[in-house]
Design a binder for this molecule. Structure first.
Ligand SMILES: [Mn+2]
Length: 240
């Protein structure tokens, strides 16, 4: 049994609170407490904005070193503001760059295929942010994609990996809030997740934007579950 060397525990949910400051503060604190125990953490969402406090907690736990962020998504989520606030799901990685130990060269976006105008302007201004578009993956393949990701993290010891399920094509993950055609297959996502988690110092992962009410025949939930198995399998092989 591949998981026999793993001890898994479900520590439950952070109760949702409609006061964002209160809720994000609670998520950040609980993430910090868990990551500080040096356990591998998997967080499940939810709106992608939840990655903002999760990444804050992660960066704070590693305050004396730079941390890397790998962002799998159809969207770059690099807007400064969306729908009138700074803590939107469209601002996730822009808020990450506000953190003192996250630098543009440590941020890698994978599977991107939709942008807002101000996001394109921001990305043009910070070319150190590497965007590996869905098209680049399609044209150049998985080996190229993994190599392009891994070469950026040779001098990193701690990476946070955020997986928006909409990185998948809607054929594989219809149950999500902002689907975009032209995405990865579940197989491609599994391969990249397996390599990244086995070989790079990823210490925390989130899988977000899975929405059962929008799903068809639980396809998206099954895809996310398969990715979770792939993550645990990769962790088990690290220890083997
Ligand atoms: Mn997205």
């Amino acid at each position: 049994m591949v998981f026999k060397n793993l001890k898994l525990s479900d520590v439950g949910n952070v109760p949702v609170h409609l006061n964002w400051e209160k809720y994000f503060g609670e998520v950040k604190q609980q993430a910090y407490n868990l990551i500080a125990k040096e356990k591998f953490c998997l967080f499940l969402g939810g709106d992608h904005s939840v990655s903002i406090p999760l990444e804050m907690g992660f960066a704070q736990t590693h305050a004396r070193e730079k941390v890397g962020i790998i962002h799998f998504d159809a969207h770059s989520d690099i807007a400064n503001e969306h729908d009138g606030h700074h803590w939107s799901h469209a601002c996730t990685q822009r808020r990450a760059l506000d953190l003192p130990n996250v630098e543009p060269a440590g941020l890698t976006m994978v599977g991107i295929r939709a942008y807002m105008e101000d996001e394109l302007e921001f990305l043009a201004k910070y070319p150190a942010i590497r965007v590996i578009s869905a098209r680049e993956i399609y044209c150049q393949g998985l080996t190229h994609t993994y190599a392009a990701i891994s070469e950026r993290y040779q001098d990193y010891r701690s990476i946070y990996f955020s997986i928006d399920i909409d990185v998948l094509d809607p054929a594989f993950a219809p149950g999500t809030g902002t689907p975009e055609a032209g995405g990865l297959s579940t197989r491609e996502l599994m391969e990249l997740v397996k390599e990244i988690i086995t070989l790079l110092p990823v210490e925390a992962v989130d899988i977000v934007e899975v929405s059962p009410p929008l799903d068809s025949a639980n396809v998206t939930c099954w895809a996310a579950l398969k990715v979770i198995y792939e993550i645990f399998g990769a962790i088990a092989s690290r220890k083997a």
